[in-house]
Design a protein around this ligand. Sequence first.
Ligand code: HEC
Length: 214
Amino acid sequence: MVRLFAGLVGAFFVMMLVLALGDGIYTAATTKSEETAEHAFHKKPKEVKFAHDGMFGKYDRAQLQRGFKVYKEVCAACHSMNLVAFRNFAEIGYNEDEVKAIAKGWSTETPSIDPDTGEAATRPSIPADKIPLVYPNEVAARAANNGALPPDLSLITKARHDGPAYVYSLLTGYQKQPAELKSKFPDVAAGSGSDPRDPKKHLGRCIIIPILPI
Ligand code: HEC
């Protein structure tokens, strides 16, 4: 009797499983997934070779310093790198005096407090400081950038798939917005989306000026 009962319970579970599977297959077969702009216009990052690729690769110091110069002179106007301290630049070959000078001359100052009034103030940075935020908060950042938020670039190559190639492709991949984007996805197109790799973003404010050959 117990056996029969156990057998019935088992059969019931098997039947439920079969039903669930059938329902899953039916749903998958009948619902059409909606096409997204990202899906339709996404491009893979370009194939790029870096000096640090592979097991025996090593960083090319001159290349890193040129990249840093571009960041300092162009990107730092909008993008912070708040997880990096000025003294970390010693690792790409700057000596102590150079690091001090870089910190002191940085375009955005480090927040501090006025010792006389107790009010918020700023002061020139020292090597131990982190690279300051460009905007005091997200609202201010968006207000200055047409609603878009310039992300902090400290970890950007880790945060994006195929990071270094992605950033390289972004910087070198601007193109005229495809007419099809406008007809198919007017909302995305209105955001200005000139970056072919990610039409979801409206990178119109990301002014990238290639000032040096990298
Ligand atoms: C005038 C301000 C401005 C400057 C200068 C600027 N950017 Fe941007 N950047 C933005 C904004 C705003 C966004 C966010 C765009 C969005 O989300 O639609 C952005 C986004 C990005 C992104 C992220 C894209 C993603 O996948 O989310 C990267 C990477 C980037 N910028 C790199 C750079 C680099 C490198 C430079 C310098 C060569 C630079 N930007 C200069 C404003 C700027």
